[in-house]
Design a protein around this ligand. Structure first.
Ligand SMILES: [Zn+2]
Length: 529
């Protein structure tokens, strides 16, 4: 209870501080200055945090790699930042996703390096606006946003608004309520820009399992309103029904005002789909969609509704990695925010599978980033390249692009991340214990259906299942217990995204039955080696 009270106090304080703070006066200049100084900024931050603190796990990693601060500085000045980071990765300066999440000890050169969840937080900043990845209350990664970071990140809107011509559009949120804080955060930012959200459509679950979060969200909106911020109360969408959002957008368009919508990919697709289904005109609407891979099938739904989609790539622990310009109108492609993050990649085998991926490694560059991370792996893959478009981002110097982004080794259905290993335990232990069968008889298949990511639980006919509903219920209940599971269970139930199918589990070309079989882009059979 005390922990919860402290959380709400901090959140309230965060809302208050953010709303009272003055915006950065020349946003684009500020970002461009940081971009010009990205290497210096990285070196200085690393010197004052990692090299200044022998307790920092990276300190030991650099030591074991035989790299002093002087060596690092020399390397960056001579070879550039990304080349140096590639060399550091080979020398053992990196964090795997499991190491970052403290699920596995960090072992380099035979030595175990002590770490905990707080090890990678930036000691130079403190924050009050709290967000939790996955939305679990007890566990999960907590990110406390400091004010400088928030104000800096507001600067990005200026580029996006010019590129996508957002200024005279109605802003519609299709965003979650607390404990995910980005819905409230986006509404506050919009209010600060003087272009407040006109509606906030939220998937709120039932009163029984989310009443508490509805109450807290409402309290914080009341606080924001009292401070003078025009933040709308969330309008809760009924189970599996996205038509109120589509109807509102169509109505506003009839009045001559097109909308731009911010949300996760799957709910955005559902709004476009229901508009098509009901013959609602949402032409020209821009959907800024993130949290999941935007596949061609999903893109086609937006295109059929004559709407545009703006993919963005955001990682809770790192912030915005990048977003698309208007010319990136195929697949899942973004301009990297190279002012704030350095991205490199390497080939590896995805865990629990037998295919190779271009795994991405991220390094934070902002002096006020919430975490100081060097080469952290988030179990995401993608293709790095030079951007070849002629757009506002390109002209400003965001010349690196990342395409074909997707997650491997974990489920990200509808923007909620569940670590693969945890789900495997449900499939290989809990379900067989309860319903019979053995590991290998239950398999999760995440596949890209045309309207949303579909999570299929395949159960071998050999198990002889009596009730499909009972299996589904047990699975969802177990998912809810996991890290990040609370929000996943709720969202999946809301959209009916989990289906149980009786059928033999898929077998890979090498003959393995994998507990997690991801059928996203590039992960289908044809890509398996
Ligand atoms: Zn571009």
């Amino acid at each position: 209870m005390l922990h919860e009270a402290a959380y709400y106090m901090r959140m309230s304080l965060g809302v208050y501080r953010l709303f009272r703070a003055r915006s950065i006066s020349d946003p684009e200049r500020t970002v461009l200055d940081q971009m010009a100084n990205r290497e210096k900024s990285f070196l200085k931050t690393v010197q004052n945090t990692i090299f200044a603190n022998p307790e920092n796990p990276y300190n030991r990693m650099f030591q074991l790699a035989g790299c002093s601060f002087g060596d690092l500085e020399q390397g960056v000045n001579r070879d550039g930042l990304e080349s140096t980071l590639t060399g550091l990765h080979r020398a053992g300066v990196y964090l795997s996703h499991d190491e970052f999440k403290c699920k596995k000890p960090i072992v380099r050169s035979g030595q175990t390096i002590a770490s905990n969840h707080a090890s990678f937080l930036n000691p130079l900043v403190s924050g009050s606006f709290e967000s939790r990845s996955g939305g679990s209350r007890s566990v999960g990664t907590i990110t406390r946003q400091n004010l400088r970071n928030q104000l800096y990140r507001e600067c990005y809107h200026s580029f996006m608004s010019r590129e996508w011509d957002l200024k005279h559009r109605a802003f519609v949120g299709l965003m979650p309520i607390l404990p995910a804080s980005w819905g409230l955060g986006h509404c506050l930012q919009a209010a600060r820009r003087g272009n407040p959200a006109e509606r906030w459509f939220a998937i709120g679950g039932t009163m029984r399992n989310s009443g508490h979060y509805r109450a807290v969200t409402k309290a914080l909106v009341i606080l924001a309103k009292a401070l003078g911020a025009k933040v709308p109360f969330p309008s809760y969408l009924k189970q599996d029904d996205f038509s109120p959002a589509a109807e509102w957008i169509a109505g506003r368009l009839q009045e001559g005002i097109p909308s731009w919508v911010s949300g996760l990919v799957s709910p955005c697709v559902r709004v476009a789909a229901v508009a098509l289904e009901k013959g609602l005109d949402i032409r020209g609407t821009i959907f800024r969609a993130g949290g999941e891979a935007l596949t061609d099938a999903k893109r086609r739904v937006f295109e059929s509704a004559e709407a545009e989609v703006l993919p963005n790539y955001h990682i809770n622990e790192l912030g915005l990695i990048g977003q698309a310009c208007r010319q990136m109108n195929k697949g899942n492609c973004i301009h990297i925010q190279r002012d704030a993050v350095a991205v490199i990649s390497y080939r590896r085998k995805a865990p629990l599978t037998d295919y190779e991926v271009n795994s991405l490694l991220f390094t934070s560059l902002l002096p006020f980033a919430t975490r100081v991370l060097v080469n952290v792996e988030m179990d995401d893959a993608g293709v790095l390249d030079r951007a070849r478009c002629d757009c506002i981002y390109q002209r400003a110097g965001f010349v690196d692009q990342l395409s074909e982004i997707y997650s491997y080794g974990k489920l990200t259905g509808q923007g909620i991340t569940i670590v693969g290993g945890d789900v495997v335990r449900i499939l290989e232990e809990i379900l067989p214990q309860r319903f019979g069968g053995v590991p290998g008889d239950y398999q999760i298949v995440e596949e890209e259906a045309s309207l949303q990511t579909q999570v299929l639980l395949r159960v071998s006919p050999r198990v002889g299942v009596a009730s499909i509903e009972a299996i589904k219920e047990t699975f969802l209940r177990e998912v809810r217990k996991l890290y990040g599971g609370s929000a996943a269970g709720r969202q999946w139930q809301h959209t009916g995204a989990v289906k149980v199918v009786i059928g033999e589990p898929y077998v890979t070309s090498s003959g393995k039955v994998l507990s997690l079989h991801l059928l996203g882009p590039m992960t289908g059979d044809k890509h398996e080696s």
